[in-house]
Design a protein around this ligand. Structure first.
Ligand code: NAP
Length: 265
């Protein structure tokens, strides 16, 4: 029987643990989420983060800046938060409007406070994927992992993290000639392309573990990059969308925040 890798339930377990840890702290860990503009998609992600913060007793502040904010002005906001000792984590919600260089802005956040990924912290999605695999006791070392997608935020750091856990890793992208040939070889297949039904029965073989990172809205419904209905009948384990990597990403962001808090102490 195919195992469903239930990120929703695991994220609630993590929330319980974080809540206990935070209840023992004198000062509450604080995260500031900077949003530029008012995109529906970003609003939804931010709402989830604020809800999670409330659940665990962390302080979360949502700063919304005008869509037209200049790079100078945003950088000076970040600088202020970098210096503010009561702030342990800072995230700038992506994507940013065109006048802002995402790389410049992301790099302006002090690495010790960049809880969505820096030299100190794994990106939340990558950490969430590893936690999900570990929770379900899926071995990584010595396994063949295939990652579809090579973004700076998800694909690359996840491939590197799996390599660091001693998997043999192949990374596929939009120029890969025969994706199915690669994906069929995987013991662990991670898909982060942002293309609904990119991975279907023909890309899959038995005994695989499939992690679907994709979040796509199709006819008002949230779906991943994997054709869940077909693929889940073949593989040994699969993470659903919604309820898989999404909630794990939020939980992992707050695990990073607690690590950032500990770093500062
Ligand atoms: P991205 O920056 O757009 O990158 C997509 C990657 O997929 C690129 O490397 C691209 O290749 C590759 N790709 C696109 N079409 C492909 C195809 N037909 N065949 C093979 N590779 C293809 O996206 P992202 O930020 O990594 O996000 C990916 C997906 O994950 C999105 O749906 C996003 O919403 C979702 N996401 C989910 C979470 C979560 O918590 N669950 C977190 C972050 C992102 P090239 O490099 O060649 O263009």
């Amino acid at each position: 029987m195919t195992k469903i890798l239930d990120g929703k339930t695991l994220s609630l377990l993590i929330a319980e643990k974080l809540k206990v840890r935070i209840s023992r702290l004198k000062q509450k860990p604080k995260i500031v989420i900077i949003q530029v503009g008012n995109k529906d998609e970003s609003n939804a992600y931010i709402r989830n983060k604020l809800k999670f913060a409330e659940k665990i007793g962390a302080v979360a502040e949502h700063v919304r800046l005008a869509e037209t904010v200049s790079e100078m002005s945003l950088l000076s906001h970040i600088e202020k938060l970098n210096r503010d000792k009561s702030v342990h984590g800072i995230i700038v919600q992506l994507p940013l409007p065109k006048q802002l260089d995402e790389r410049v802005i992301s790099q302006a956040v002090l690495p010790e406070k960049a809880v969505d990924g820096s030299a100190f912290f794994l990106p939340a999605t990558t950490r969430g994927i590893l936690t999900l695999l570990d929770h379900y006791k899926i071995p990584i070392a010595g396994k063949k992992a295939v990652v579809v997608g090579r973004s700076e935020l998800v694909g690359k750091p996840t491939a590197l993290a799996l390599l660091n856990r001693d998997a043999t890793v192949t990374v596929c992208h939009s120029k890969t000639k025969n994706i199915a040939k690669e994906t069929k070889q995987a013991d662990i297949l991670v898909v982060a392309a942002g293309k609904p039904k990119l991975i279907t029965a023909q890309h899959i073989s038995k005994h695989q573990v499939v992690i679907d990172v994709g979040i796509n809205m199709v006819n008002g419904k949230m779906v991943g990059d994997v054709d869940f209905e077909k693929v889940s009948k073949i593989v040994s384990a699969i993470s659903p969308v919604p309820g898989g990597v999404g909630p794990m990403t939020v939980a992992s962001l707050f695990e990073n925040l607690l690590d950032a808090y500990a770093l500062r102490k």
